[in-house]
Ligand binder design. Structure first.
Ligand code: DX5
Ligand code: ZN
Length: 233
């Protein structure tokens, strides 16, 4: 069990550029840039103006991304009562669907509804939500999307207690022999990314760092070549 986790941690991270920072007037161009890059997934942020103080976009835009994307869509729902729209997100093109712990009264039921609709299921947690609350769901999910900023906006400052939360979550995953992956969302850059890999992160979301850079392809490649130097540091 420990060997398996060790091996997984030493692999290069999964890189998921966040479409929230793309140029929406040139969406196809930016989707094709990610297609041709070393990135693995498209991170797609859905905001409803209720769960978070911002509104992003909905089904027509997800469908438009899906039409051109050659990599899986990792859809992060920042909406209240996400169980209302699971089938619709599948039909729009989601491959991985993450719901917020704080937005679900019946999280277990919602996770199984996502799986029954043919998607991988993730749970996102806000910066103030303790990792320990995932103890009884960690074996049922494919992904934890750990927010390292308060959800709602791209380009925010990384919250430092994410490192210890990530290490704690990794220990929980190992202890329960779960195959769940840890995704870090918010403020990922050249400084935070290597430290996150050292505490067990598997997936790095990057919005502003990729799209505001001079050469997004090179920026993605520079994240992809990183690997953990120590395990569970
Ligand atoms: C924030 C979103 C993030 C955001 C990350 O609510 O969930 O996915 O796009 O943006 P950066 O990488 O710019 O912090
Ligand atoms: Zn996100």
């Amino acid at each position: 069990m420990h060997l398996k986790t060790y091996f997984r941690s030493m692999q290069n991270p999964i890189i998921a550029p966040s479409i929230l920072s793309a140029d929406f007037a040139n969406l196809q161009r930016d989707v094709e840039m990610i297609n041709s890059s070393n990135a693995d997934w498209f991170h797609v942020d859905i905001m409803d103006g209720v769960f978070v103080p911002n509104i992003s976009f909905g089904f027509p835009v997800i469908k438009a991304i899906k039409k051109h994307a050659s990599k899986p869509l990792d859809v992060h729902l920042m909406i209240v009562q996400p169980e209302r729209f699971i089938k619709e997100f599948k039909e729009a093109g989601a491959d991985i669907l993450s719901v917020h712990y704080e937005a679900c009264t019946h999280l277990h039921r919602t996770i199984y509804a996502i799986k029954e609709n043919g998607m991988k299921a993730g749970v996102a947690i806000n910066p103030h939500t303790p990792v320990s609350l995932l103890k009884d769901i960690i074996k049922d999910i494919d992904l934890v999307c750990m927010m390292s900023v308060n959800p709602g906006f791209g380009g925010q400052k990384f919250i430092e207690n994410t490192y210890s939360k990530c290490a704690e979550l990794k220990n929980m995953i190992i202890a329960q022999n779960s195959s769940c992956q840890i995704e870090i969302d918010g403020g990922v850059n050249e400084t935070t990314a290597p430290k996150l890999l050292n505490v067990g992160a598997d997936v790095l979301v990057a919005g502003n760092y990729v799209f505001a850079s001079k050469n997004p392809l090179e920026t993605i490649a520079s994240l992809k070549i990183l690997s953990a130097h120590t395990v569970n540091a």
